[in-house]
Unconditional design. Structure first.
Length: 365
């Protein structure tokens, strides 16, 4: 088995790579044993893991080095913890070179001066960290479950909302509730972007319920006027066509002038709350309807024709507003729960790093 960092990252449950018996024997200096320390020396230098017993012969994959400690002086467990600490990472940074891709060579690594306390003290440090990190791992699992539960709670609410509608809801074509449904500009754009001007939204700028302007492109005023068909106004619903079809966001009031490429634009009529449409399309239930209405085999496309003809459930306008308000309240509560869980995870990371720092500063008791 060819051991790579990706095998460790996937919990040894992914697709493994293998070499022939002759190649394994030829690469005798790279043969691995359970407990060996493997460290990346290209890409993300210093990332390391201890090799488990996988029940078969193993050899070292590319862009990594093998570390097998002299048991009379140290242990792989101690070295593994050391290189996770700030002190260990700083040493790796000192020998790493390259701008586009960081890397270090084995010669530089062998020259590192690593502080080694007496072997008995190393064993004590490893035992203390093992016990502490076992507790941190349990706490992390609990926090990750809370984060996932917070995310699923809102989606569960939406699924129940749209699958338990009452008889007052109408299943109609979306076009009947919209002033217009059109598509954003389709055509080459690389030479049309400018450093400042009209925000030009693309699929990557549309997140569920949110317009993300972090990596937005711009077009000039002249080109903006030419693209009247793909103009975006506050209150329009911008819908992703390809990749994650149906994902959508309502254009906010503070984005007064904008344009777009390759998005479906739905301008709702008097009987459709745009925020209700966003709730519908961003839900699992809505995405299933979008998928059914999409075209294409290898990659689904939610085009304008499909958007106009697709059937969706629509309650009375007054009910839409009430449901949007309820969803907003629940979303805020779920965001608070998710924020608390995320902070807990960050606190656990900080505590882990603090323990490592104390361990290799001689302050661990």
């Amino acid at each position: 088995m060819l051991v790579r960092y990706t095998d460790h990252a996937k919990g040894w449950n992914g697709r493994h790579k293998y070499v022939s018996k002759s190649a394994y024997e030829f690469l005798n200096k790279s043969q691995l044993e359970p407990g060996d320390l493997v460290m990346a020396n290209v890409g993300d230098p210093g990332k390391a893991f201890l090799v488990p017993d996988v029940g078969m012969p193993m050899t070292l994959g590319p862009n990594s080095i093998l570390i097998r400690a002299d048991e009379k002086a140290t242990s792989n467990d101690f070295l593994h913890y050391f290189f996770q600490s700030d002190a260990g990472r700083n040493l790796i940074d000192e020998i790493s070179t390259g701008a586009a891709q960081k890397k270090f060579n084995k010669t530089s690594f062998r020259s590192l001066d690593i502080p080694l306390p007496p072997l008995e003290e190393q064993q004590r440090i490893v035992a203390v960290l093992d016990e502490a990190f076992e507790g941190l791992a349990r706490a992390r699992t609990h926090a990750e479950a809370n984060l996932q539960n917070a995310r699923e709670l809102f989606e569960s609410h939406l699924f129940d909302l749209f699958t338990h509608s009452d008889p007052s809801w109408k299943h109609e074509q979306l076009i009947k509730f919209c002033e217009k449904i059109t598509v954003g500009h389709v055509g080459p754009m690389a030479k049309r972007y400018v450093s400042a001007g009209t925000p030009f939204l693309r699929s990557q700028n549309i997140r569920p319920f949110k317009v993300d302007l972090e990596d937005v492109k711009y077009i000039d005023e002249k080109f903006t006027k030419e693209l009247g068909k793909s103009e975006l106004r506050p209150g329009d619903v911008a819908i992703v066509r390809t990749g994650y079809p149906g994902t959508c966001a309502v254009i906010p009031d503070d984005l007064e002038v904008a344009n777009c490429a390759d998005l479906v634009i739905a301008r709702t009529g008097p009987n459709l709350n745009p925020h209700f449409l966003a709730l519908l399309l961003n839900s699992t239930y809505g995405k299933e309807l979008v998928t059914d209405a999409s075209v294409g085999a290898a990659q689904k496309h939610f085009n304008v024709g499909a958007a106009k003809k697709a059937l969706f459930p629509f309650p009375p306008l007054s009910v839409q507003g009430r449901l949007v308000a309820q969803a907003d309240e629940l979303s805020a509560a779920c965001d608070t729960l998710a924020g608390n869980a995320s902070k807990k995870l960050q606190d656990l990371n900080d505590l882990r790093q603090s323990l490592l720092q104390k361990a290799f500063a001689g302050e661990l008791t």
